[in-house]
Design a protein around this ligand. Sequence first.
Ligand SMILES: *Cc1c(COP(=O)(O)O)cnc(C)c1O
Length: 361
Amino acid sequence: MRVYNFSAGPAVLPEDVLKKAASELLEYGESGQSVMEMSHRSKEYEAIIGAAESLLREVMSIPDNYKVLFLQGGASLQFAMVPLNLMRKNRKADFVVTGQWATKAYKEAKRFGEAVCVASSKDKTFSYIPTLDKAKFSDDADYFHICLNNTIYGTRFSSLPDTGDIPLVADVSSSILSEPIDVSRFGLLYAGAQKNMGPAGLTVVIIREDLIPEFADDSDVPTMLQYKTHSDNGSMFNTPPTYGIYILKLVLEWVKSLGGLPAMKELNEKKAALLYDFLDNSKLFKATVAGADRSLMNVPFITGSDELDAKFVKEAKAAGFVNLKGHRSVGGMRASIYNAMPIDGVAKLVQLMSKFEGENA
Ligand SMILES: *Cc1c(COP(=O)(O)O)cnc(C)c1O
């Protein structure tokens, strides 16, 4: 029996996608082979990666002057690749430090130049998005980095900073495909696939063409870490994560069939409202984030007692609601309710919480 999986990542995938993948596992189309066994240079595979890219472009309305790259190494490798490729003119970039991932991106960039923290919410365990003071922005920064949705702490930017001509770079690992996003506001977007797009092992980068630098032949930047290598070769400089890209294609077909990102947003807002409304009225459970910065994707909550938290997580697991334990740095619980979590799963979780409250408050 399948459970309701509230994991922050790798995370739940749409059941329709898994069934379709299962039906094609032994033989893809008329090819006589599994996608996993296929040459990435074959006609069949070229059609798969081509469809994945064009569907992503269509679903996200990605402008023509942006490249879509299918890479490996996770969002964590982008913490280094972004500065290696973009922090080159003034060797300086601005960072808003809103959580553990944003901190990692900020610290990694320090290896390559001057990383400036223009605002942080560390003082309150990253439970809010700090107000940004434009006077603190560096006017000579090569780029400005944010983490759009903070997976661990359950916050998100509900409006984007105005960085003028300075390219805005965003880690969108846990919010990509959850609602429409104006790609043209960004210089670069990156995301590990395992939250809202597919299995782990695939990383998607969307980069404005003019930001892809040329490197000299004797540059010390490794070939695989240059965006140009992947952009010049259609993400086929070496073997791409072929199966992950195939699953992404199925996920995108699923998103499109439901009405695309506007429909996802509507559904995700409904799911999040169910949970936040319950939390705001509960006598036992409490959300750790308040106000407009609340994430639609990751909802951390607590009872105030470590013992009751543990009891709830245990009872929930026994009832088929898994991976509700909060991140070790926050404690309590966290429900990640990505696109593939059905609204039914959230409604039933709320029922379970309500029952637990009745028995324990
Ligand atoms: C999960 C996550 C990461 C780390 O991704 P990896 O693919 O494991 O490197 C980075 N940033 C955010 C916002 C995440 O949610």
